[in-house]
Design a protein around this ligand. Structure first.
Ligand code: PMP
Length: 385
């Protein structure tokens, strides 16, 4: 069968395979970025107008676009509703941006590590991914400058607030510095922020796009982590030069995002009910983060190092004795524990062994200790200690 050249670049997604295996009820899963089941809000469809079953506009529901623009302006992202496109989860933003910018061999810039499904999308279109190393407070600035001098990436893809997988949050100073560099080299920014609302301390600095002076940008978010991932509703906000192209790509992709999900999202966004839900969510996840920290100290204290995440859904462990963590998957699954190996989050997986991404929102605190005890045992076994 003759498939497109693109299909040859399509790698199987390790996380999809792990998540499928982790569906078994006896498995304790630290693998996915799933919201906790008890925190999924009950949805009420009873008032939904029948018209929501009809075809809609490619841009999205006007009232939802408006509500998103209002919230974005509160964050300092200067925009109006005409710059907002409702997409089928922020994953679709990555697909549309890939189609807009990437031909085979096009250079783009990503963090090392970065979100693996973003890499999957960019690489599907043949991107040549240039990487910039991540420090505890954001990218290494010297490396970033050097990459921008040497290459001309079509865009920089950054996740500055509780990055997936590293949980890093860029400092105020690094946000300013990154914005200044992207402006200086005139490189488009794609800023992906699914975790901004899941914050456990006083809050995060404003988005980098709000600091740009001249370069083009796309800011993307989602209701997947705060409401229901099954709604498949996200948004992008784009600088006016990019918006019409993204809109045409959206039309060609799927006509419009499902209106039923958009209507549901609109019942929440910007309301007091939503703000109360977010407060509850933060309290719930903070407790789970703390429980995970205690269990990690007990079982991984001698094996790994990590920073305590101030938001998001993940701990990112660095093993003291580096080994390819993909080799731990099978023995861990044999003990009914799922986790996410760190290697696939790097453009060059084989050169970056020794990290584990552990989700803290899904496994209830009373089961955590046992799951991490088993996982630590698997690591020790592999290290022969
Ligand atoms: N970007 C990042 C960094 C993510 O972690 C995720 C979800 N895991 C997405 C995008 C996709 O989210 P959505 O459900 O909105 O497609």
């Amino acid at each position: 069968m003759a498939f497109s050249e693109r299909v040859a670049r399509l790698k199987s997604s390790l996380i999809r395979e792990i998540l499928a295996a982790a569906q078994r009820p006896e498995v304790m899963s630290f693998a996915g970025g799933l919201p906790a089941e008890p925190m999924l809000p009950k949805v009420d469809w009873s008032d939904m107008p029948a018209s929501m079953g009809q075809y809609g506009m490619s841009e999205g529901e006007p009232a939802l676009r408006e509500a998103i623009a209002v919230e974005a302006n509160k964050l300092g992202v200067k925009c109006d509703a005409s710059q907002v496109l409702i997409v089928c989860g922020s994953q679709q933003t990555l697909d549309l941006a890939s189609k807009l910018f990437i031909d085979p061999g096009t250079e783009i810039l990503v963090e090392a590590p970065t979100y693996l499904a973003a890499l999957q999308s960019f690489q599907l279109f043949g991107a040549d991914c240039i990487t910039v190393p991540q420090e505890a407070d954001g990218p290494e600035l010297e490396a970033l400058r050097e990459r921008l001098q040497k290459h001309k990436p079509a865009f920089a893809y950054l996740i500055p607030t509780f990055q997936n997988p590293s949980a890093v949050r860029y400092s105020e100073a690094k946000r300013d510095a990154v914005a200044a560099l992207l402006d200086e080299f005139n490189v488009t920014l794609i800023e992906d922020e699914p975790y901004r609302e899941l914050v456990f301390d006083a809050g995060s600095a404003t988005p980098i796009v709000s600091r740009l002076k001249r370069t083009s940008w796309i800011y993307t978010g989602t209701v997947s982590k705060t409401l229901l991932p099954g709604l498949r509703v996200g948004f992008l906000i784009a600088s006016p030069d990019l918006f019409p192209h993204l809109l045409r790509l959206k039309q060609a992709a799927d006509l419009h995002t499902n209106r039923i999900g958009q209507w549901q999202a609109l019942q929440w966004l910007g309301t007091d009910k939503y703000r109360a839900h977010l407060a509850e969510l933060r309290d719930f996840y903070r407790v789970r983060r703390d429980a995970m920290q205690v269990a990690l100290e007990e079982h991984f204290g001698e094996l790994a190092t990590w920073e305590i995440p101030q938001g998001g859904l993940f701990f990112w462990l660095t093993l003291k004795d580096k080994l390819d963590t993909r080799t731990l998957l099978q023995p861990a699954m044999a003990q009914n524990v799922a986790f996410m190996p760190g290697e696939p989050f790097f453009v060059d997986p084989d050169a970056n062994p020794g990290h584990l991404r552990l989700n803290f929102s899904h496994v209830p605190p009373e089961k955590l200790g046992e799951g991490l005890r088993r996982l630590a045992g698997v690591v020790r076994e592999a290290q022969g200690s």
